[in-house]
Write a protein that binds this ligand. Structure first.
Ligand SMILES: O=c1ccn([C@@H]2O[C@H](COP(=O)(O)OP(=O)(O)O[C@H]3O[C@H](CO)[C@@H](O)[C@H](O)[C@H]3O)[C@@H](O)[C@H]2O)c(=O)[nH]1
Ligand SMILES: O=C(O)[C@H](O)COP(=O)(O)O
Length: 328
């Protein structure tokens, strides 16, 4: 196993600088007759979304025709996120209004699933909209292996992860859920994937032909589910990872990350259930007690924190109408 992982790590790990020649990427895209979509999930990201859009649009769409489409998939933001994106000239969707006949769930995964429906590209890339140090490499880095190597179906970004402590930024220490939840579980149950440096990274992409066959978790379990499902369906050699150098984002408070971990654990359990044909998730408690400490007193606040899965897009008739190629 260790040899297999080392081999994959050596062969399928790249650096974004290897793909910095944008003209070459455009030529590869045109030669293969591919189209590329970038979808940006956002929930109340007015501080960063404008910079993210203008940076990638200018470098990868206006200056060279690498991206055919950039869309914002908003989760009903209550700040100026949608207004900023509209002013920058990109189509804006509210995920709750897309495929409304299927209902609207809360969460980032729901936004990604619905973005697969609205976008047109043969390749789709997602990047988070809370990136503070945005650079075009966050997108072209992901595209590099997909354009160069036909066997690659799915590409994850990785990076060094500083963390903010008050006003200070520390060079390392970010990625708390990654290190304390995701990577230990991957090592335990999916050791083949143990060489993936940032399994939860929000910067990734893949081929529509692969993604449309995979279920999507609706919440923060989406990255975990996709990574495991790409591995189970297409094998380790279909996955690549790319060094995007460093990523600074808005660090969520510990309680929000505890909730995120709870969702990610449910995603792991769901995938293990499918592998071992064991029903576990129905049996387990899906509420969390959050601990409050105010004026010297502790109290408990209970909340449902439930991860749910959407079926592969290919099973949605409206998707097939919009993307008839998926039928073949
Ligand atoms: O309901 C939501 C929640 C979040 N987001 C957006 O999703 C991105 C990532 O969300 P964030 O809350 O910043 O997640 P992180 O704390 O950064 O969590 C990491 O781990 C998550 C779980 O794998 C991934 O989804 C993230 O991309 C990854 O950066 C941001 O652009 C958000 O605006 C939505 O679009 N809808
Ligand atoms: O990827 C993660 O582990 C979460 O986004 C938390 O990241 P942070 O610890 O850098 O805030």
């Amino acid at each position: 196993m260790s040899v297999l992982v080392d081999k994959w790590f050596a062969e399928n790990t790249f650096h974004a600088d290897e793909f910095a020649n944008l003209k070459e990427l455009v030529a590869l895209k045109e030669k293969q007759n591919l189209t590329i979509s970038l979808a940006l999930p956002a929930l109340n990201e007015e501080e960063t979304v404008g910079q993210v859009i203008s940076c990638v649009k200018s470098a990868l769409m206006d200056q060279v025709p690498l991206l055919d489409e950039i869309i914002l998939m908003d989760s009903n933001s209550t700040d100026r996120t949608r207004e900023i994106a509209t002013d920058l000239g990109i189509p804006v969707y509210i995920h709750q209004e897309v495929l409304p006949q299927y209902g609207a769930r809360r969460g980032k995964g729901e936004a990604l699933w619905k973005s697969l429906y609205v976008t047109k590209g043969d390749i789709i890339v997602w990047i988070d909209t809370d990136i503070v140090n945005i650079h075009p490499r966050f997108v072209y880095g992901i595209l590099g292996p997909l354009l160069h190597f036909p066997q690659i179906q799915f590409v994850k970004g990785f990076y060094r992860r500083p963390i903010r402590e008050g006003e200070k930024i520390q060079a390392t220490g970010g990625g708390r859920v990654t290190e304390l939840t995701a990577r230990p579980l991957i090592n335990m149950f999916y050791p083949e994937l143990s060489g993936v440096i940032q399994p939860l990274s929000g910067e990734y992409g893949g081929r529509r032909r692969a993604l449309e066959h995979l279920p999507f978790f609706s919440g923060y379990g989406v990255e975990t589910g996709l990574l495991i499902d790409v591995f189970e369906n297409f094998g380790l050699s279909a996955i690549a990872q790319v060094d995007l150098q460093e990523r600074i984002h808005h660090n969520q408070p510990l309680e929000a990350l505890s909730r995120m971990s709870f969702l990610i654990l449910q995603a792991f359990i769901r995938k293990l259930e499918q592998r071992y044909h064991l029903p576990i998730l129905e049996e387990v408690n899906k509420s969390m007690k959050f601990i409050r400490y105010e004026e010297g007193r502790y109290s408990l606040m209970v909340q449902e924190v439930v991860e749910q899965e959407r079926p592969p897009m290919i099973e949605i008739p409206e998707y097939l109408e919009r993307h008839p190629d998926g039928r073949s």
